[in-house]
Design a protein around this ligand. Structure first.
Ligand SMILES: [Cu+2]
Length: 252
């Protein structure tokens, strides 16, 4: 861990637990330091201007203003650095995340359904096939509306608030929502994406460390928003195939 990483820790970022997370951390570190430098620079400039152009020294306004070109050069450098950050780092990194999904056979596919205020996880079970789901079948004991007559759904695993995934294997989550817009956010995995009713939004990550990590909702979605968490996404090292442990349902 280099000293640059300290600024992320100082700002409360948990240690990275996903394969691509280091790239995200590097760009965050750079942005934090860059924004810190900008903050100090602009603050110093502001104080300088307050003193330099005080009323005592300039009782009458000067309509010509600043004659030196320093501020233009400074502004241009800031714009240049920001353009490099955006076009050179942020957009390519984002493109990699959304365009280069791992092959379906290699990855573990999980359907994630958000609701006020919990996360439901639907895994295909040993047969690798998801059972049919229907919104009209949703009840308290059938949170994702799994069709009991569909043979493909017989071995499916549905859990509320807890997800177990293997390490070192890509996980693709397909996000949707039953009610309002939520945001499936795994801070330790350095990923987040909105869960929107009527859409299936794919997202992926590869856990590289075993442990128990937090799942939170990153989108203000109602009164119970802050309680829409789950201590999830971790697996014992020995676990090679997906397994999920049902958690007590929040009863809603
Ligand atoms: Cu939410």
């Amino acid at each position: 861990m280099n000293s640059l990483a300290l600024i992320n820790e100082f700002l409360g970022q948990p240690p990275n637990a996903s394969f691509h997370g280091y790239q995200i951390d590097h760009i965050l570190e750079f942005c934090h330091w860059f924004m810190g430098a900008l903050f100090l620079g602009w603050s110093a400039f502001f104080v300088f201007v307050l003193i330099r152009f005080r009323k005592g020294r300039h009782p009458a306004a000067d309509h010509q203003g600043v004659k030196s070109g320093i501020s233009t050069h400074l502004e241009f450098s800031v714009v240049l650095i920001e353009a490099v950050l955006l076009l050179g780092f942020a957009i390519p990194l984002w493109a990699k995340r959304v365009n280069q999904f791992p092959p379906g056979k290699e990855a573990l596919l999980v359907h994630v359904v958000g609701q006020q205020f919990s996360w439901n996880f639907h895994l295909p079970g040993p047969d690798g096939q998801f059972g049919r789901r229907d919104a009209s079948l949703v009840t308290n004991s059938n949170p994702v509306g799994l069709d009991p007559n569909d043979p493909a759904g017989k071995d499916d695993i549905v859990t509320v608030g807890e997800l177990h995934v293997p390490v070192n294997r890509p996980v693709i989550t397909e996000l949707s929502s039953k009610d309002v817009i939520h945001d499936f956010f795994l801070p330790d995995m350095r990923i987040a994406a909105d869960a929107i009713p009527g859409s299936l939004i794919p997202m992926w990550f590869t856990p590289i460390k075993t442990g128990t990590y937090e799942v939170i909702c990153g989108q203000l979605c109602g009164l119970g928003h802050s309680s829409q968490g789950a201590p999830p996404a971790g697996a014992p090292k020995t676990e090679n195939k997906p397994a999920a442990t049902p958690a007590p349902s929040p009863g809603g």
